[in-house]
Ligand binder design. Structure first.
Ligand SMILES: [Ca+2]
Ligand SMILES: [Ca+2]
Length: 250
């Protein structure tokens, strides 16, 4: 800051202040409301000041305007609301247009529910038909997954606690899961293999997958519905057949 004093006329001396300010404002790096996975917008507080002419504005580039909004300068800071993941720079200016770029980066917003895809196969052993259902669950973030078992599912079946309890309690259900891998889309994917053994009737698997941002996928895999046959009783009667006995002895 430079002060000049000049005489405007012979009888009166007035101070004339000229602000000389070539310095850009200073700022602290953004302080984010959360860096954990979230399905909401993230706010960032940017403390800024200017020793010369004072802060004027914090500007968003036009191409980022749909993702970032800036509140007016209040109490020495701007509050920036980020609605989508983005890495970019904001422009911080003083009253004379001296400017500096403020980096801002948000990558923890996740508004997408997990993906859950299933395929199924019948495993035939004589007259017996068991089922194998493979379920791939993937998401940007970690997921918590629960399965349900539904007998004779209607097309519009809505999963209930009873369905989840049946999956847990049924001795006909065996499940194994793979370690988490990173799939081709860069998401965390886990594969669950569910064996259904010794059941008779039409069965479908349901799933509820919740990611760490709180997004939920809940569905019944109608397309992977299986018609199962528990034929142990008939196998026993075949074993009692003399012809079979002879074959076994030979
Ligand atoms: Ca300045
Ligand atoms: Ca997600």
């Amino acid at each position: 800051m430079l002060q000049l004093t000049t005489n405007l006329n012979l009888t009166e001396a007035r101070p004339l202040t000229i602000l000389y300010d070539s310095q850009a404002p200073t700022f602290e790096l953004p302080d984010y409301s959360t860096i954990q996975p979230t399905n909401a917008s993230v706010t960032a507080t940017i403390i800024a000041s200017d020793a010369g002419t004072g802060i004027s504005k914090l500007t968003v580039a036009p191409e980022d305007a749909d993702k970032i909004t800036v509140s007016p300068y209040t109490d020495g800071a701007f509050t920036v609301t980020v609605s989508e993941n983005i890495t970019t720079k904001l422009i911080l200016s003083d009253e004379l247009g001296n400017r500096v770029l403020v980096p801002i980066s948000v990558s923890n917003i996740d508004r997408a529910a997990p993906s859950a895809l299933a395929s199924s196969n019948i495993v035939t052993k004589g007259a017996r038909q068991d089922g194998v259902i493979t379920v791939d669950v993937s998401d940007k973030n970690d997921t918590t997954v629960s399965f349900a078992l539904i007998q004779d599912p209607a097309d519009n079946h809505i999963l209930t606690e009873t369905d989840y309890a049946l999956f847990q309690s049924s001795h006909s259900v065996e499940m194994q899961s793979s370690p988490v891998i990173i799939n081709g889309e860069g998401n965390k994917q886990k594969t669950y293999t569910i064996d259904l053994k010794g059941l008779s009737g039409s069965y479908a698997i349901g799933v509820k997958a919740v990611d760490t941002a709180g997004n939920v996928t809940e569905k019944v895999f109608f397309d992977s519905k299986l018609d199962l046959v528990d034929a142990e009783a008939s196998i026993v009667s075949v074993s009692a057949n003399p012809a079979t006995t002879n074959h076994c002895n030979g």
